[in-house]
Design a protein around this ligand. Sequence first.
Ligand code: HAX
Length: 425
Amino acid sequence: MSNILDKLSEKIAYWRKEAHEILNKAGEKVISEVTISQVYGGMRDIRALICDTSRVPKEEGLIIRGRYLKDLVDKTPEEIYYLLLTGELPDKNVLENFSAEIRKRKEVPGYVWDVLKAMPGDSHPMTMLDTALLSMQRESVFAKEYMGLKKEDFWKPTLEDALNIVARIPAVAAAVYRHHFNKGEIIEPDHEMDIAGDYVHMLGIETDKEEFYNLIKLYLVLHSDHEGGNVSALTTQTINSALSDLYYSLSGGFNGLAGPLHGLANQETLKWILDLMNKFNGTPSTEQIRAFVKETIDAGKVISGYGHAVLRVTDPRFDAFMKFGKKHLPDDPVFLTVTRLFEVVPEELKKIEKIKNPWPNVDAISGSLLYHYGMKEFSYYTVLFAVSRSLGLTAQAVVNRGMMFPLIRPKSVTSEFMKRAIEGK
Ligand code: HAX
């Protein structure tokens, strides 16, 4: 795997030098203060992590390695993964070499299928994906090699694990789909296909294959990364900082992604939309939507797919999916409901003072597109998200080990400490 190894060796040497200079020049400079509200409030906006794979300015949304999403929507997951890892988009030759590197690692160990088949049929698809991933921990190159390595080289076996996971996770995820939803035998990977094409092939859904391929490709690109502070990224990197290998770390991140306030929101959103459509026998009117939103809020629930911990505008990933929907499925009733919700929900959420962001996030729309192409089992949607997010989370870990970042270990304080802090003691 000399090409990506050589490229990263060069990049990591440069990034280390850059960090060294920053620390030498301004190590004591204050960049973020911490208020008591932030400590009680989920540490929002405290700048306390480095993540160079992507950033999410609150008024702009996802920017991957300095590039806006609008300039990346036509790329493949392989191109995006190379960009996340190295900071550069590959040219044709580099891409071919990198894609071949991934293709040759596709074979999933046979025992993974046994693990999946042994699980109760009603286990959530995310539990199945996660268990399958964790069962492969014995394959970790990092776990086997780190004892004999210097810290400077920890990123190399981490890269091995990262490439192996990214190459295999679509097959595992497709197997979860076929097994959990009784779709028949698992479909073997095709070693000639790219990540998105093979995933579509292994899911085995009867649909317009070309359009579904384009949707899955876009899906994998849009969900690939979202800086370092979200639940799954922070969890993955915290676990990885203890030198737990990427199988352990990513599995921890996936468990966070499986929460309804994070990645599970795509499942919850589609369920809510279908309930809404069932209640009103089809695409609801504006007034019916207003009533349903009120009913949901009054029941103490959130409107899934709306709001964000960082964003204060419509998520550009939502915009990218909207463009896809308008082009390919403008008359689909579920998609039409999503577009109508977009006209009404922000207005309603703006009326609730405590909600900081009334705008849709990516989960407000992704499910409606999958539903159109025949992936109607919405409890599967977070698995798709996880396949995509594996790109960013593993890239972050490779970079973090390359940078030799230490164990993540912030300080907690007691309520007693807070009381005394208020009194100025
Ligand atoms: N519907 C109803 N209430 C909402 C809301 C929504 N869509 N968004 C925020 N609120 C509420 C919060 O629950 C909170 O209420 P309490 O003070 O009573 O607890 C209050 O408004 C303030 O929240 P906030 O500061 O605006 O938002 P947070 O940073 O606390 O939370 C969330 C961000 C994404 C968790 C939140 O907006 C939410 O629950 N949205 C719905 C779930 C969702 O779509 N999650 C996916 C987010 C994107 C993602 O990670 N994808 O993986």
